[in-house]
Design a protein around this ligand. Structure first.
Ligand code: SAH
Length: 247
Protein backbone atom coordinates (compact mmCIF):
# COMPACT_ATOMS: atom_id res chain seq x y z
CA UNK A 1 0.00 0.00 0.00
CA UNK A 2 1.19 3.46 -0.86
CA UNK A 3 1.14 6.80 0.80
CA UNK A 4 -0.88 9.83 -0.24
CA UNK A 5 0.38 13.40 -0.03
CA UNK A 6 -2.47 15.92 0.12
CA UNK A 7 -0.44 18.69 -1.38
CA UNK A 8 -0.96 22.41 -1.85
CA UNK A 9 0.24 23.74 -5.19
CA UNK A 10 0.09 27.42 -4.27
CA UNK A 11 -1.93 30.08 -6.05
CA UNK A 12 -0.35 30.06 -9.51
CA UNK A 13 3.13 31.54 -9.47
CA UNK A 14 5.21 28.37 -9.61
CA UNK A 15 7.80 29.77 -7.24
CA UNK A 16 5.18 29.84 -4.51
CA UNK A 17 5.31 26.06 -4.35
CA UNK A 18 6.90 24.75 -1.14
CA UNK A 19 10.14 22.79 -1.19
CA UNK A 20 8.30 19.86 0.32
CA UNK A 21 5.65 19.88 -2.39
CA UNK A 22 8.36 20.08 -5.05
CA UNK A 23 10.10 17.05 -3.51
CA UNK A 24 7.04 14.79 -3.44
CA UNK A 25 5.98 15.90 -6.94
CA UNK A 26 9.41 14.78 -8.14
CA UNK A 27 8.99 11.43 -6.39
CA UNK A 28 5.38 10.74 -7.35
CA UNK A 29 4.22 7.62 -9.19
CA UNK A 30 0.88 9.29 -9.81
CA UNK A 31 -0.38 12.85 -9.51
CA UNK A 32 -4.09 13.54 -9.18
CA UNK A 33 -4.66 17.22 -9.87
CA UNK A 34 -7.31 19.81 -10.49
CA UNK A 35 -7.49 22.90 -12.61
CA UNK A 36 -6.14 25.56 -10.32
CA UNK A 37 -2.65 24.16 -10.07
CA UNK A 38 -0.20 25.82 -12.46
CA UNK A 39 0.17 23.09 -15.13
CA UNK A 40 3.91 23.82 -15.33
CA UNK A 41 4.21 22.12 -11.94
CA UNK A 42 3.50 18.80 -13.62
CA UNK A 43 6.70 19.21 -15.62
CA UNK A 44 8.54 18.64 -12.35
CA UNK A 45 7.31 15.05 -12.19
CA UNK A 46 9.66 12.23 -13.08
CA UNK A 47 9.44 10.32 -16.34
CA UNK A 48 6.70 7.73 -16.26
CA UNK A 49 4.62 9.50 -13.64
CA UNK A 50 0.92 8.99 -14.26
CA UNK A 51 -1.35 12.05 -14.34
CA UNK A 52 -5.03 12.02 -13.48
CA UNK A 53 -7.08 15.18 -14.01
CA UNK A 54 -10.13 15.46 -11.81
CA UNK A 55 -10.96 18.96 -13.01
CA UNK A 56 -12.23 21.33 -10.45
CA UNK A 57 -13.29 24.85 -11.14
CA UNK A 58 -14.68 27.37 -8.70
CA UNK A 59 -15.21 24.66 -6.16
CA UNK A 60 -17.35 22.66 -8.57
CA UNK A 61 -16.14 19.28 -9.63
CA UNK A 62 -16.35 17.69 -13.02
CA UNK A 63 -15.89 14.43 -11.14
CA UNK A 64 -18.02 14.26 -7.98
CA UNK A 65 -16.07 14.38 -4.72
CA UNK A 66 -16.87 10.78 -3.76
CA UNK A 67 -15.37 9.60 -7.03
CA UNK A 68 -12.28 11.71 -6.46
CA UNK A 69 -11.92 10.17 -2.99
CA UNK A 70 -12.25 6.70 -4.47
CA UNK A 71 -9.73 7.46 -7.23
CA UNK A 72 -7.15 8.60 -4.68
CA UNK A 73 -7.80 5.51 -2.59
CA UNK A 74 -7.45 3.15 -5.55
CA UNK A 75 -4.25 4.79 -6.66
CA UNK A 76 -2.86 4.32 -3.15
CA UNK A 77 -3.60 0.59 -3.42
CA UNK A 78 -1.60 0.40 -6.63
CA UNK A 79 1.22 2.87 -6.28
CA UNK A 80 3.76 3.77 -3.65
CA UNK A 81 3.72 7.57 -3.86
CA UNK A 82 0.46 9.30 -4.68
CA UNK A 83 0.30 13.09 -4.84
CA UNK A 84 -3.08 14.74 -4.63
CA UNK A 85 -2.27 18.22 -5.90
CA UNK A 86 -4.64 21.08 -5.19
CA UNK A 87 -4.59 24.79 -5.85
CA UNK A 88 -3.54 26.96 -2.94
CA UNK A 89 -3.81 25.08 0.35
CA UNK A 90 -5.51 21.69 0.49
CA UNK A 91 -7.49 22.55 3.64
CA UNK A 92 -8.78 25.96 2.55
CA UNK A 93 -11.91 25.18 0.55
CA UNK A 94 -9.96 22.37 -0.99
CA UNK A 95 -11.93 19.46 0.44
CA UNK A 96 -8.63 18.00 1.53
CA UNK A 97 -10.20 17.16 4.87
CA UNK A 98 -12.76 14.92 3.22
CA UNK A 99 -10.10 13.18 1.19
CA UNK A 100 -7.95 12.65 4.28
CA UNK A 101 -10.91 11.23 6.20
CA UNK A 102 -11.75 8.83 3.37
CA UNK A 103 -8.17 7.53 3.39
CA UNK A 104 -8.02 7.32 7.19
CA UNK A 105 -11.17 5.19 7.25
CA UNK A 106 -9.49 2.78 4.84
CA UNK A 107 -6.17 2.60 6.64
CA UNK A 108 -4.21 4.49 3.99
CA UNK A 109 -1.29 6.53 5.26
CA UNK A 110 -1.24 10.17 4.27
CA UNK A 111 0.57 13.44 4.86
CA UNK A 112 -0.72 16.96 4.40
CA UNK A 113 1.58 19.45 2.71
CA UNK A 114 0.09 22.90 3.26
CA UNK A 115 0.25 25.33 0.39
CA UNK A 116 0.23 29.08 0.11
CA UNK A 117 -3.45 29.87 -0.05
CA UNK A 118 -4.78 32.29 -2.64
CA UNK A 119 -6.76 33.92 0.18
CA UNK A 120 -3.72 35.86 1.38
CA UNK A 121 -1.21 35.58 -1.45
CA UNK A 122 -3.46 36.88 -4.22
CA UNK A 123 -4.27 40.07 -2.26
CA UNK A 124 -0.53 40.38 -1.48
CA UNK A 125 0.32 40.30 -5.20
CA UNK A 126 -2.25 43.04 -5.67
CA UNK A 127 -0.55 45.15 -3.00
CA UNK A 128 -3.27 44.51 -0.41
CA UNK A 129 -2.18 43.31 3.04
CA UNK A 130 -5.04 41.42 4.68
CA UNK A 131 -4.24 42.96 8.07
CA UNK A 132 -2.70 46.35 8.72
CA UNK A 133 -1.98 48.19 11.94
CA UNK A 134 -4.69 50.73 12.61
CA UNK A 135 -6.83 49.56 9.69
CA UNK A 136 -7.74 45.92 10.14
CA UNK A 137 -7.06 43.70 13.13
CA UNK A 138 -8.03 40.51 11.39
CA UNK A 139 -9.39 38.86 8.31
CA UNK A 140 -11.95 36.25 7.43
CA UNK A 141 -11.93 33.89 4.53
CA UNK A 142 -15.44 32.95 3.50
CA UNK A 143 -17.04 30.99 0.70
CA UNK A 144 -18.78 33.20 -1.84
CA UNK A 145 -20.31 30.17 -3.42
CA UNK A 146 -23.52 30.52 -1.45
CA UNK A 147 -26.05 32.93 -2.82
CA UNK A 148 -26.96 35.12 0.19
CA UNK A 149 -30.58 35.22 -0.95
CA UNK A 150 -30.98 31.48 -0.69
CA UNK A 151 -32.76 30.58 2.56
CA UNK A 152 -30.37 27.70 3.17
CA UNK A 153 -27.27 29.93 3.38
CA UNK A 154 -25.08 28.88 6.34
CA UNK A 155 -23.26 32.19 6.39
CA UNK A 156 -24.22 34.45 9.27
CA UNK A 157 -24.22 37.71 7.31
CA UNK A 158 -24.86 39.81 10.41
CA UNK A 159 -21.30 38.95 11.50
CA UNK A 160 -19.91 40.94 8.62
CA UNK A 161 -20.66 44.29 10.24
CA UNK A 162 -17.01 44.01 11.27
CA UNK A 163 -14.25 46.38 10.15
CA UNK A 164 -12.10 43.33 9.56
CA UNK A 165 -11.07 42.35 6.07
CA UNK A 166 -13.38 39.85 4.39
CA UNK A 167 -12.06 37.66 1.61
CA UNK A 168 -14.56 35.74 -0.47
CA UNK A 169 -13.35 32.79 -2.48
CA UNK A 170 -15.48 31.29 -5.27
CA UNK A 171 -17.64 34.40 -5.17
CA UNK A 172 -17.39 36.07 -8.56
CA UNK A 173 -20.68 34.59 -9.76
CA UNK A 174 -22.41 35.92 -6.65
CA UNK A 175 -20.63 39.27 -6.55
CA UNK A 176 -23.78 41.32 -7.02
CA UNK A 177 -25.69 39.46 -4.29
CA UNK A 178 -22.75 39.57 -1.89
CA UNK A 179 -22.28 43.32 -2.32
CA UNK A 180 -26.00 43.92 -1.91
CA UNK A 181 -26.16 41.81 1.21
CA UNK A 182 -23.22 43.60 2.83
CA UNK A 183 -24.90 46.95 2.21
CA UNK A 184 -28.16 45.57 3.62
CA UNK A 185 -26.53 44.56 6.89
CA UNK A 186 -25.14 48.06 7.30
CA UNK A 187 -21.76 48.27 5.64
CA UNK A 188 -21.24 51.64 3.93
CA UNK A 189 -21.89 51.69 0.20
CA UNK A 190 -18.48 53.34 -0.20
CA UNK A 191 -16.67 50.43 1.46
CA UNK A 192 -13.69 49.59 -0.78
CA UNK A 193 -13.70 46.29 -2.66
CA UNK A 194 -11.10 44.63 -4.85
CA UNK A 195 -11.67 41.79 -7.25
CA UNK A 196 -8.50 40.03 -8.25
CA UNK A 197 -8.53 37.66 -11.18
CA UNK A 198 -5.83 35.09 -11.92
CA UNK A 199 -3.70 36.47 -9.13
CA UNK A 200 0.06 35.81 -8.98
CA UNK A 201 0.15 34.93 -12.69
CA UNK A 202 1.09 37.10 -15.69
CA UNK A 203 -2.67 37.39 -16.39
CA UNK A 204 -3.39 38.98 -13.02
CA UNK A 205 -6.09 41.66 -13.18
CA UNK A 206 -7.17 43.85 -10.31
CA UNK A 207 -10.35 45.88 -10.28
CA UNK A 208 -11.03 48.32 -7.45
CA UNK A 209 -14.43 49.71 -6.61
CA UNK A 210 -16.93 50.07 -3.82
CA UNK A 211 -19.72 47.82 -2.61
CA UNK A 212 -22.04 49.92 -4.70
CA UNK A 213 -20.24 49.74 -8.04
CA UNK A 214 -17.91 46.74 -7.96
CA UNK A 215 -20.31 44.41 -9.72
CA UNK A 216 -20.56 46.59 -12.82
CA UNK A 217 -16.80 46.90 -12.98
CA UNK A 218 -15.71 43.38 -12.22
CA UNK A 219 -18.47 41.08 -13.44
CA UNK A 220 -16.70 40.10 -16.66
CA UNK A 221 -13.33 39.22 -15.17
CA UNK A 222 -12.09 35.71 -15.83
CA UNK A 223 -11.94 33.13 -13.03
CA UNK A 224 -10.38 32.17 -10.73
CA UNK A 225 -11.03 35.40 -8.93
CA UNK A 226 -11.42 36.44 -5.33
CA UNK A 227 -13.05 39.39 -3.62
CA UNK A 228 -11.48 41.51 -0.88
CA UNK A 229 -13.76 43.79 1.14
CA UNK A 230 -12.40 46.36 3.57
CA UNK A 231 -10.30 49.46 4.06
CA UNK A 232 -7.05 47.58 3.44
CA UNK A 233 -7.93 47.69 -0.26
CA UNK A 234 -6.96 51.38 -0.27
CA UNK A 235 -3.38 50.45 0.60
CA UNK A 236 -2.94 49.21 -2.93
CA UNK A 237 -2.38 52.81 -4.08
CA UNK A 238 0.87 52.75 -2.15
CA UNK A 239 1.73 49.07 -2.15
CA UNK A 240 1.06 47.84 -5.66
CA UNK A 241 4.21 46.14 -6.88
CA UNK A 242 3.49 43.18 -9.11
CA UNK A 243 2.30 45.25 -12.06
CA UNK A 244 5.40 47.42 -11.76
CA UNK A 245 7.86 44.54 -12.22
CA UNK A 246 9.94 44.52 -15.39
CA UNK A 247 9.09 41.21 -16.95
N1 SAH B 1 -7.55 25.77 -1.84
C1 SAH B 1 -7.55 27.00 -2.60
C2 SAH B 1 -8.94 27.57 -2.76
C3 SAH B 1 -9.90 26.67 -3.52
S1 SAH B 1 -11.45 27.43 -3.86
C4 SAH B 1 -6.61 28.00 -1.93
O1 SAH B 1 -6.18 27.79 -0.79
O2 SAH B 1 -6.27 28.99 -2.58
C5 SAH B 1 -11.14 28.18 -5.41
C6 SAH B 1 -11.18 29.70 -5.28
O3 SAH B 1 -9.91 30.18 -4.86
C7 SAH B 1 -11.47 30.43 -6.56
O4 SAH B 1 -12.85 30.48 -6.83
C8 SAH B 1 -10.91 31.81 -6.25
O5 SAH B 1 -11.80 32.54 -5.44
C9 SAH B 1 -9.70 31.47 -5.41
N2 SAH B 1 -8.45 31.45 -6.20
C10 SAH B 1 -7.62 30.42 -6.35
N3 SAH B 1 -6.55 30.77 -7.10
C11 SAH B 1 -6.72 32.06 -7.42
C12 SAH B 1 -5.97 33.00 -8.17
N4 SAH B 1 -4.80 32.67 -8.74
N5 SAH B 1 -6.45 34.26 -8.31
C13 SAH B 1 -7.62 34.62 -7.74
N6 SAH B 1 -8.37 33.77 -7.01
C14 SAH B 1 -7.93 32.51 -6.85
Amino acid sequence: MGKVYLTGAGPGDIELLTLKAARVIGEADVIIYDRLANPKILEMARNGCKFIYVGKEDGRHILPQDQINETIYRMALQYETVVRLKGGDPFVFGRGGEEGAYLAERGIEFEVIPGITSAISVPAYAGIPVTHRGISVGFRVVTGHEDPNKPKSQIVWENFKTEETIIFLMGLHNLQEIAKKLIEIGKPKECPVAVISRGTTPQQKVVIGTLENIYQQAKDLPTPALIVVGKVVELRDQLRWFEELDS
